[in-house]
Design a protein around this ligand. Structure first.
Ligand SMILES: Nc1ncnc2c1ncn2[C@@H]1O[C@H](COP(=O)(O)OP(=O)(O)O)[C@@H](O)[C@H]1O
Ligand SMILES: [Mg+2]
Length: 229
């Protein structure tokens, strides 16, 4: 089943820059897809359209067969729980521990206490942070902070994880560890869309690669390499 479908999607922020140019793309449930391309190619724009943070100038974006730009405003929080977002800068609450960062997101989503207590240790264990639950973000390494952010997304039981340059602030070792974690999450059944301009990551994955260049989808290959034509 298709989880995402972009149908002839363009995004023009202003007349000088066409951020996405007539992009058509479908992703099946369970896939691991890298979205690659140079800085400015349109990767983040594509992800923002997916979570309805930006509107397309033209075309349609479907998530689980629903046009995300026609959802009633009240359904947007649900969409953004179904699509767990992970960012380069982690976006953790600085005055809350790893445990509290994950728990807080669940509480905001209206999840009952008993489930919060059950699930937070579980997701923190899944990302390898059982020994860091009481630490604040400033006490964690970059890789650990990103693991908290991933745990926070997973706690919502998303259908999909969308990561926008999640390793952009990490050294090569931590980069590799985060990519391994995303692969593990995918193996457990969650669709993953990973936006990155990191050639080494894309080449090492041997998974599907979609490449954007100046807003155009220029390649889409199973087990692709990061080649810009
Ligand atoms: N809010 C915005 N207003 C105007 N132009 C934007 C905005 N966001 C992105 N752009 C432009 O759209 C293009 C694609 O940007 P982006 O999607 O951030 O690319 P990437 O994530 O691949 O680096 C770039 O030319 C960028 O300058
Ligand atoms: Mg970007």
């Amino acid at each position: 089943m298709k989880i995402i479908s972009f149908e002839g999607v363009s995004k023009i922020y202003n007349s000088h820059s066409i951020a996405l140019d007539n992009v058509t793309l479908a992703i099946e449930q369970g896939e691991f897809v890298s979205l690659a391309g140079k800085s400015g190619a349109g990767k983040s724009t594509l992800l923002k359209l997916l979570i309805a943070e930006e509107r397309p100038t033209k075309g349609k974006v479907l998530f689980e067969n629903k046009d995300v730009h026609r959802l009633p405003a009240g359904e947007l929080p649900k969409l953004r729980r179904q699509i767990g977002m992970v960012f380069q800068d982690y976006k953790l609450l600085p005055d809350r521990t790893a445990y509290e960062n994950v728990a807080y997101a669940m509480e905001v989503a209206g999840i009952e206490d008993q489930y919060v207590k059950r699930d937070v240790p579980q997701v923190l264990e899944l990302v390898g942070l059982s020994n860091r639950t009481k630490n604040f973000p400033h006490e964690l390494s970059g890789g650990e902070k990103q693991r908290v952010a991933i745990a926070r997304a997973l706690a919502q039981r998303p259908d999909m994880i969308v990561a926008d340059e999640p390793t952009g602030n990490l050294d090569p070792l931590n980069t590799f560890e985060i990519v391994k974690l995303l692969l593990k999450i995918n193996e457990l059944g969650t669709t993953v869309l990973l936006a990155t301009h990191n050639k080494e990551i894309v080449d090492s994955l041997e998974r599907r690669v979609v490449i954007l260049d100046q807003g155009k989808l220029v390649r889409d290959e199973e087990k692709g390499k990061y080649l810009i034509t």
